[in-house]
Design a protein around this ligand. Structure first.
Ligand code: NAP
Ligand code: SF4
Length: 676
């Protein structure tokens, strides 16, 4: 067997960056958490960042702090322009240093993405994702903003940060200055390439002059804008070289503006899709270059490093999912890593909904202070019934804390609904979650009884019974529902039934959308880089302007004819995740999937589905009609146990089928286990 170092030698090797030595090649990338606006925000950030440093991330980059009032994310966005307030961050730096890691503050001016009245930009052009139109910065204001970046960096230095990351990608202010798309100026800050690059270059110079040679300056460059009229590779390389000359120690890379219509980090993006973008920059500069986006395993990180595509790897969400990613890698336990599945459900979607971030696979993330690590004083004898997400989470957490746990699963394998979810394009990442739980169960000594439907009698002797018996697909009451054309979503996703050429999907919730995508999208579009780039019209060499070579939303060659129906009159897909729903809706549109809202289902027969829509009767022809009409909870065992006076608690889909969701299931399982 390989030793840990032999398996990931480059990933585990140190690297000199400026005047600092990083203990390995992993940076925890910047993430907004909203912890700073929480009561006891500093203590919570100490716990959050301290845990990631204990887990051996070599360098941590905080969420973005604005250098001034105009650059905030929103009215509550954190700033670094007040020296006294900045000093309050010192305990965070101390906690990270105590664990042997380094920490940099990200300085982020959001430019025309600021969700505030009076936001500013190179030119007064509104961003398609912001309702506020920005005001054009005057030359004098640009000079002041450069000074603000320098002052914010000085404030960070005084608070104990080892450096700053100057955020200049994703379409924020500095990035906006670099491209014609948003910079229409005719003064010294616009027009020629040198003029468009002047602002970011001056920022780096000013920070270096203000903070001295020891202070680490990371510049996050946009390595592929993924917008029309974005920068071609030649300009990106010229900027990288100018930034190096201006005094930066390292170049982190960002992919895609927030307004780009190409997915960049969510599960439909193949792992490592963007590795060529930092590689293009690395061959042209002598400072270290960092790769980021959809890198979630030590093997992939090692491969990117050894192939010479980058010198460092930035991971943000993977360290939310598992703060001990690097410690486990160093100890040769990569199989124990709780892998980020790129769902965005509890990190980005929470942030966009003004909630504190967390993680679907790790509910502790950003809530570290709410959990204990055990071991418990009195070990209980716990039975868990059901091996889906909720049951596995409860069983592994209870066993980890020191309880004696037996898990009963009626099916021959663990996973429950996860085994269906994993069939949707891009959701093969759920396999990692299943692997993680399996390894955890073995490590924590869960007594696993697969293919065993527990009876009420055998459960009566346990101190506590956790009922995680899940759900069963809802069969709606439509005349003709037993027709041979009708299939349930579980039959289609499991491969038990095959859909025909013309398909009607009833129910446009998360599962309806997943099933529609399953029917029209080849899985390679989410796993193979070439197919993914072809699907979204991305230049695989990243040499075209913005790296796009056509309309990302252009239709794709037709295949199956799929129509997605719902009874509600609201826009189909309204309830999908903020940061992934647009991808799913666009992917289906590209494949010609039609949606119909406000439909009444009248009857199913040999002709197809008879509906009432806008007061008119219609018949929709179909080879297959797939039911994605929600779920019903499975509670028989729970009811029997309660009648018998057994101490039982229901979690997951069994508790609330209408909101069946892996995120809630895992959160409930872990929190229940913590309460034993
Ligand atoms: P869902 O979101 O509740 O959707 C079920 C759909 O069935 C509803 O849109 C509803 O729409 C329809 N429906 C309900 N009762 C019906 C009836 N008696 N007859 C006909 N239609 C009926 O549930 P889901 O799609 O099964 O997904 C379950 C959960 O899994 C979601 O809450 C989500 O959290 C999670 N999930 C999310 C995603 C994602 O975001 N990509 C993917 C998969 C699963 P109408 O009543 O308007 O017809
Ligand atoms: Fe990754 Fe999903 Fe967790 Fe976000 S919520 S860190 S995307 S697993």
């Amino acid at each position: 067997m390989n030793t840990p170092i032999a398996a990931h030698p480059t990933l585990l090797s140190p690297l000199r960056v400026g005047k600092h030595e990083l203990r390995n090649r992993v940076i925890m990338g910047s993430m907004h958490t909203r912890l700073e606006s929480e009561p006891d925000g500093i203590a919570k950030q100490v716990a959050f960042y301290g845990e990631r440093a204990r887990g051996e991330a070599a360098l941590i980059i905080t969420g973005g702090f604005s250098p001034n009032a105009a650059g905030v994310l929103d009215a509550e966005g954190p700033r670094l322009d007040d020296a006294e307030e900045a000093m309050e961050l010192k305990p965070i730096c101390d906690a990270v240093h105590a664990e042997g890691s380094l920490i940099c503050a990200q300085v982020l001016h959001t430019g025309r993405y600021a969700k505030i009245e009076g936001c500013v930009a190179p030119s007064a052009i509104r961003a398609p994702i912001n309702r506020y139109t920005p005001r054009e910065l005057s030359g004098e204001e640009i000079r002041q903003t450069i000074a603000d970046f320098a002052q914010a960096s000085v404030n960070a230095q005084s608070a104990g940060f080892d450096g700053v990351e100057i955020m200049a990608s994703e379409g924020y202010l500095l990035n906006e200055f670099t491209v014609n798309h948003t910079n229409k100026r005719t003064d010294e800050w616009g027009g020629s390439m040198e003029n468009r690059h002047r602002f970011p270059v001056e920022v780096v110079r000013a920070v270096r002059a203000a903070c001295g040679p020891e202070f680490m300056i990371i510049y996050r460059i946009s390595a592929a804008d993924l917008i029309e009229h974005g920068a071609p590779t030649g300009e990106i390389i010229a900027l990288a070289q100018a930034i190096e000359t201006a005094g930066a120690d390292m170049l982190n890379t960002g992919i895609g503006w927030h307004e780009a219509r190409v997915p960049t980090i969510a599960y439909p993006v193949p792992r490592g899709a963007w590795r060529q973008a930092p590689a293009n920059i690395k061959q042209a500069v002598s400072i270290p270059v960092v790769a980021s986006n959809r890198i979630n395993t030590p093997d992939l990180a090692e491969d990117i490093l050894t192939s010479g595509d980058a010198d460092m790897i930035s991971m943000a969400r993977p360290l939310l999912a598992d703060p001990h990613f690097m410690r486990k890698t160093r100890q040769g336990h990569a199989d124990r890593i709780n892998t980020c599945i790129a769902c965005n459900q509890a990190c980005l979607d929470f942030i966009f909904s003004s909630k504190v971030a967390s993680c679907l696979v790790n509910p502790r993330a950003c809530h570290e202070t709410e959990f204990h690590d055990g071991p418990v004083e009195t070990a209980k004898n716990i039975a868990v019934v059901g091996g889906g997400a909720a049951g596995m989470a409860a069983a592994t957490e209870a066993a980890r804390l020191g309880h004696k746990v037996t898990l009963f699963e009626a099916a021959p394998e663990l996973g429950g609904q996860l085994n269906l979810a994993r069939a949707a394009p891009g959701k093969g990442e759920f396999d990692e979650l299943l692997r993680y739980f399996r390894v955890q169960m073995k490590d924590c000594g869960v007594d696993l009884r697969l293919g065993h439907a527990a009876s009420a009698d055998e459960l009566s002797g346990f101190d506590h019974v956790v009922i995680a018996t899940g759900v069963t697909p809802r069969i709606p009451d439509i005349p003709g529902i037993d027709h041979a054309k009708v299939a349930r979503y579980d039959e289609i996703l499991s491969g038990a039934r095959e859909a025909g050429d013309t398909v009607l999907v009833l129910g446009a919730g998360g599962i309806g959308f997943d099933v529609a995508e399953f029917l029209v999208t080849p899985n390679e579009a989410t796993t193979d880089r070439k197919t993914f780039f072809e699907t979204w019209n991305v230049d695989p060499d990243f040499s075209a302007a913005g790296a796009v070579i056509g309309d990302p939303l252009a239709p794709l060659p037709g295949g199956r004819k799929v129509t997605l129906l719902q009874r509600k009159t609201t826009k189909p897909g309204k309830g999908l995740g903020v940061s992934t729903g647009w991808i799913l809706r666009n992917a289906l549109r590209k494949h010609g999937v039609q949606t119909l809202a406000g439909v009444s289902y009248e009857q199913i027969d040999d002709w197809g589905l008879h509906i009432l829509l806008d007061g008119e009767r219609q018949t929709l022809a179909a080879d297959t009609i797939i039911l994605c009409t929600g779920q019903e909870p499975v509670r028989d065992l729970y009811n029997t146990l309660r009648e018998a006076g057994v101490n039982a608690t229901m979690i997951g889909g069994a508790e609330e089928a209408s909101e069946l969701d892996a995120m809630r299931a895992i959160d409930e399982g872990v929190r229940l286990a913590q309460s034993f």
